[in-house]
Design a protein around this ligand. Sequence first.
Ligand code: PMP
Length: 431
Amino acid sequence: SGLDPKTQEMVRRREKLLGPAYRLFYQQPVQVVRGSGTRLWNPDGEEYLDAYNNVVPAGHANSRVTAAVHQQMQTLSTHTRYLQDGILDYAEDLLGTMGPLGDTGHVMFTCTGSEANDLALRIAKHHTGHEGIIVTSEAYHGNSELTSGCSPALGSRARLGTWVRQVPAPDSYRIPREQLADLLVEHVREQIADLQRRGQGLAAFIADSVFSSDGIFGEPTDLLAPVAKVVRDAGGLFIADEVQSGFARTGDSFWGYQRHGVQPDIVTMGKPMGNGYPVAGLVARPGVVERFGNDQRYFNTFGGNTVAIAAAQATLDVLRDDDLLTNARTIGQVLRDGIAELSLRYECLGDIRGAGLYVGVEVVSDRDGKVPDQARASAIVNAMRDRRVLISSTGPSANVLKIRPPLVFSSDDADWLLSTLADVMSTTDEG
Ligand code: PMP
């Protein structure tokens, strides 16, 4: 396997203890013991540049967040069935970022994005009395029975729900710009008709507005509003899964759906929300949770606990005080411009896209045919890792470089990444 004996032993131990369902990154797996800002260190003290982890928008081991968590843990850690100001202050603060939805919306807390989507789908099914869910064809929405059932990204042999329908993601690289919106709406219409024919009806359309697991399509942004209209006309809900695109990631607006000028019925969120502390949740239009709330109760032992709220509040404060939205926009553009310049020399860098600090680079073997080159993408990701810059790849053919660093990524970090990529391209280019 080409691994040194120590790493090999650790990989074996991991397989024995954690079983076969876990996956590691990189041909040479990375062991990390410490992080700070955009940097990670291995046990030998070697430094890595982390251009992958969106879970820590404020940077690894951010001092404001860790202090808030520490302080709250020392004071009180309890669930949501007591009166407390913290959760209300945070809910108010969060709703304040959401535009019209925030004026009246309700916040419900979970621990993970999967739970948030699971709850959103249950609410949608209960509200509409229907069961059909429409997703994009490489979507990932979570690991519960309900959400893995609507996550085709888990693989062709994973079990999708019989109530799930798929539509192709808006592939802005291969489909002409002027056809994209109509095509998406057309596909959604077809699937709604199919659900209705079979008596399942439409409960919801759920999508990640940067289509990350579909291959990262940040543009154009006029696609989702027409979809929302078709979905609502059919009595369904529009759910924005903001686990990837939320909390300033896209650099244009605090939420991904805002770039699309759409008003979702439910917004789900997770990953970056607590800068590494597990906190997630959803915001719903009051009308859609009314029936659900009357017919059953909701409780989540750890969801929205006092420590989770402290982490979430500190994270939101840092995002705002340090204006990480602007940083995401500025540095994201630096990265895209730098890679676009490289692509003039390297034919295989076929398309550079994304939004803010969510950068996708489609690696192709043939620029005219736009043929995905998974092997080349994997070679680039691994060569970057060998130079201690951590990125990954995504999309149906795993040929789209996925660059999604903490939002505190600086212009020096961007230079480091770009010069490393230039070096990798010059040494992996077969000419
Ligand atoms: N939705 C999207 C778009 C995601 O990317 C993920 C996580 N990769 C989830 C939901 C699930 O979140 P979690 O892993 O916190 O359950």
